[in-house]
Write a protein that binds this ligand. Structure first.
Ligand code: FAD
Ligand code: 2HG
Ligand code: ZN
Length: 449
């Protein structure tokens, strides 16, 4: 079921009336001012079906000019707005809390240009990540970001959440040149992004480790031994694997004989297939001889590679199918990163299944706790413990998913009072009436318009 939010609707926001609707009908094309119940109900609820708003209006602008007109009008009328992209966000940032107007730039999905020498791609913010990558594939370029939601998420959403994903370890943060704000400062309409060359050879290994310290050592060895070709280093624990095998159709364990404690995916991307492959094979043999891995296999073709990725990318979906999920996205020092999973499992006992996986190369743990049904007692065991633990170890409570609604009042676990005040004053400057994505990112106590 959806979560009950104990935030009051900000009374300074107006309610939509028929004049407003008429105005939007006037400035926007037919069929882009949406009041239809069905379409609104899917735009009102998030991907996890955990956060649910009650917006009466969804707007689909077709260009920047329309976005400006919408925002100018909403600001003058004090109508609150929630920018929405693919609505794949995992922290309740992309859906209204109350009756905010939903603005989705999904119709703004044109690729504007690609500079074939520099690799600079210009596109509208509503382009779907996977479509951009397919376009680039024909030009031998690559999107520097990849994530399980690529078939639905929009580049504008990626930029605004500063999404991390599976290739962060190679290409780094999307924010090399853009600043994100989870829709709290404005609406992104166009994105200009430097894309790396798409290289001809990709190899993927699926490995089994029997303890967490081996995973860590493997990461170090991979960075040193695979060096310039390393393009992903992901891990999952036995509970995560178990869940995927149980809940997703057609997924099988590459090592059918038994469940291992940990699994690691190592991807390499380079220019010389025989050289790259030999490098990965040598790495595998050395890791096996050194006792770091207990088993390992290199994908023989693209189908096997996608079946390996399906295991890792499918965990979020499998968790959804398993019942209630308590989701945390932590960044922690790598040596401490798995301790919280062990501690949490001890705390919760057999009443819950604690899954740890994530982007080990970036020190990003996805801690997910799964129970058949939502249970307040379980929740009370998890929070605030998980945030206190993270703060104590100087980690971040929001590694890549953003703060959204879920963690707006938890920001102080990761940011100093001064930083939060500074964020609030920037917000006040850009959005004086606080109409942009209210109740998200910043706590109401610090920022209320
Ligand atoms: P939405 O969910 O629609 O919105 C997210 C936030 O961005 C909201 O605050 C919204 O207001 C704002 N926003 C959206 N569009 C705009 C815009 N044009 N202008 C201004 N603000 C805007 N995230 C990761 O970082 N790494 C992962 O590996 C990853 N894997 C995922 C796997 C699955 C299966 C799923 C369901 C989600 C995953 N996510 C991951 C989370 C999510 O996909 C990302 O946060 C993504 O960047 C959201 O994009 P979106 O277009 O769906 O945005
Ligand atoms: C991933 O890395 C995503 O698979 C989703 O960021 C993580 O569901 C999650 O916790
Ligand atoms: Zn992730």
């Amino acid at each position: 079921g959806s979560t009950t939010i104990n935030i009051q609707r900000n009374p300074s926001f107006s309610m939509i009336n028929s004049d407003d609707i008429n105005y939007f009908r006037d400035i926007l094309d037919d069929n882009t001012v949406i009041q239809d119940e069905d379409r609104l109900s899917s735009a009102n609820i998030d991907w996890m079906r955990k956060y649910k708003g009650s917006s009466k209006l969804l707007l689909l602008p077709k260009d920047t000019d329309e976005v400006s007109k919408i925002l100018r009008y909403c600001n003058s009328r004090r109508l609150a707005v929630v920018p929405q992209g693919g609505n794949t966000g995992l922290v309740g940032g992309s859906v209204p809390v109350y009756d905010e107007v939903i603005v989705n730039v999904g119709l703004m999905n044109k690729i504007i240009s690609l500079d074939k020498v520099s690799g600079i791609l210009k596109c509208e913010a509503g382009c779907i990540l996977q479509n951009l990558d397919s376009f680039l594939a024909n030009e031998c370029y690559l999107m520097p970001i990849d994530l399980g939601a690529k078939g639905s998420c929009q580049i504008g959403g990626n930029v605004s959440t500063n999404a991390g994903g599976l290739h962060f370890v190679r290409y780094g943060s999307l924010h090399g040149n853009v600043l994100g704000s989870e829709g709290t400062l404005g609406i992104i309409t166009k994105v200009s992004i430097l894309t790396p060359a798409r290289l001809s050879s990709t190899n993927l290994a699926f490995l089994a480790c029997e303890d967490y310290s081996s995973c860590q050592e493997l990461l170090l060895k991979a960075k040193r031994g695979l060096g310039e070709v390393l393009s992903a280093f992901e891990f999952l624990d036995t509970n995560s694997m178990d869940l995927v095998l149980d809940k997703l159709e057609g997924v099988r364990n590459p090592f059918p004989s038994s469940l291992h404690k940990f699994y690691v995916l190592i991807e390499t991307t380079g220019t010389d297939d025989s050289y790259d492959r030999a490098k990965l094979e040598t790495f595998l043999v050395n890791s096996m001889e050194g006792g770091l891995i207990s088993d390992g296999v290199i994908a023989q073709d693209i189908n096997q590679a996608s079946s390996f990725w399906r295991i890792r990318e499918g965990i979020t979906e499998a968790l959804m199918k398993a019942g209630a999920v308590y989701k945390y996205d932590l960044s922690l020092p790598v040596e401490k990163l798995y301790d919280i999973v062990v501690e949490m499992q001890l705390r919760l006992g057999s009443s819950a299944k604690v899954c740890g996986y994530g982007h080990l190369g970036d020190g990003n743990l996805h801690l997910n706790i799964s129970t058949p049904n939502y249970d307040d007692n379980v929740f009370a065991q998890i929070e605030p413990f998980v945030y206190e633990w993270t703060a104590e170890h100087r980690g971040s409570i929001s590694a890549e998913h953003g703060l959204g609604l879920m963690k707006a009042d938890k920001i102080h676990y990761s940011k100093s009072t001064e930083t939060v005040r500074l964020m609030a004053s920037i917000k006040k400057l850009v959005d004086p009436n606080g109409i942009m994505n209210p109740y998200k990112v910043l706590p109401q106590s610090i920022y209320s318009p």
